[in-house]
Ligand binder design. Structure first.
Ligand code: F6R
Length: 363
């Protein structure tokens, strides 16, 4: 059942290259228009605003989706936690697309958000992994991620395929709008098709993350730092760590450090720093220096094409370089592995962490 792996979580992490292929299959091909199931040309042409609504890990995928959709298609996107969205009287109309993201398709708050959107006359779009799930039955449009069953409570392959789904959606919205030039879109498409191989390569960080995990598993607080999309990935890395290893962990945006969190940094504090974006690298390097000066130990995640990488950091994890916008897909892999190995080193029940359920069908 676990295919030779000790835990479902590790098996599912290793299934990611294939899961990504399944999500891309039949939807993305070089030089061809993106095809989405049961969406006709023009169905989404009047959409002037998108709300992405989800919980937990799916919400973190949505944060990446916001940047991808806005950058490529120019359509403004809000991202909301489902339990907040449904009680805050969001401004919705018929030109708003409400997109829910849910691995299980059964999360109570996400389903309620979808119903609320329908009451307001919005078009609705569901990204889900479970064929025939409640959200898939109720939304106007459905995008199945086809990641295969996810058994471990901590979501890994579902998250990565949600990212892929969101990139495909962003490209779909872009191709109808002439906001981004065709060459850039083709480039991103080609890079998307390379991601299964790049994620496979990123899995080679397994042994290194295990070594690092054995050193940091004694910590009681671990911080994640990133800017831009790296901040969204930092949130996911931090959630993964806390849910399965029970280590307190917080993600921060690099630029926010000075506004409070830096007070928490002391000699020996472990900071996982994500630094995948060339445009933000200078800023992020300064943030890393700020915490190093205060005694932090840095684990830095970088793409393998950055020169002079890792100054001042204790551990350096490199992942295959890709388009900046797609970097979350490769960067999250060592974070998943790190959480897994920390939890194992602490003797935790990785696949069934305490107090958590795979599908949260009550509010
Ligand atoms: C974290 C995790 C949860 C789920 C959340 C939403 O690893 O699994 O945060 O992502 O409960 O679940 P779905 O996607 O089924 O709506």
């Amino acid at each position: 059942q676990k295919g030779g792996f000790d835990h479902f979580m590790l098996k599912e992490i290793y299934e990611q290259p294939q899961a990504i292929k399944n999500t891309l299959n039949g939807r993305v091909a070089k030089g061809e228009k993106i095809v989405l199931d049961k969406i006709a040309d023009g169905d989404l042409k009047d959409i002037s605003r998108v709300f992405i609504v989800a919980c937990g890990t799916a919400y973190h995928a949505g944060l990446v989706g916001k940047t991808a959709i806005e950058r490529l298609s120019g359509v403004p996107v809000d991202v909301d936690i489902a339990s907040e969205f449904r009680y805050r009287n969001p401004i919705l109309d018929k030109n708003t697309l409400v997109m829910v993201i849910s691995q299980s398709g059964e999360t109570a708050d996400t389903l309620a958000a979808l119903r609320l959107a329908k009451q307001h006359g919005c078009k609705t779009f569901a990204i889900t992994n479970v064929v025939g799930s409640s959200v898939s039955r109720e939304a106007d449009f459905v995008f199945y991620t086809y990641a295969g069953p996810e058994i471990a409570v901590a979501s890994t392959k579902a998250y990565i395929t949600q990212l892929i789904a969101l990139y495909i959606f962003a490209l779909y919205m872009a191709q109808d709008r002439n906001y981004t030039d065709k060459e850039t879109l083709e480039n991103i498409k080609s890079e998307l098709l390379l991601l299964p191989e790049k994620v496979k390569k990123a899995l080679e960080t397994d042994a290194l993350t295990k070594e690092i995990a054995e050193k940091i598993c004694v910590e009681t607080d671990i911080f994640y730092l990133g800017r831009g999309l790296d901040y969204a990935v930092a949130m996911e890395g931090s959630l993964k760590l806390k849910e399965i290893s029970y280590i307190h962990s917080e993600p921060y945006a690099g630029g926010e450090l000075k506004h409070g969190p830096i007070a928490l940094i002391e000699k020996g504090t472990v900071v996982i720093a994500l630094n995948t974006n060339a445009e933000l690298r200078g800023k992020m390097d300064s943030n890393i220096k700020e915490v190093v000066t205060r005694g932090a130990r840095i684990v830095e995640i970088l793409p393998d094409n950055f020169e002079n990488a890792g100054e001042g950091c204790d551990e350096l994890i490199t992942v295959p370089a890709t388009e900046a916008i797609l970097a979350p897909v490769t960067a999250v892999v060592p974070l998943q592995l790190l959480s897994y190995h920390v939890a194992i080193a602490k003797g935790c029940n990785v696949d069934k962490p305490r107090n958590l359920a795979k599908s949260v069908t009550v509010e």
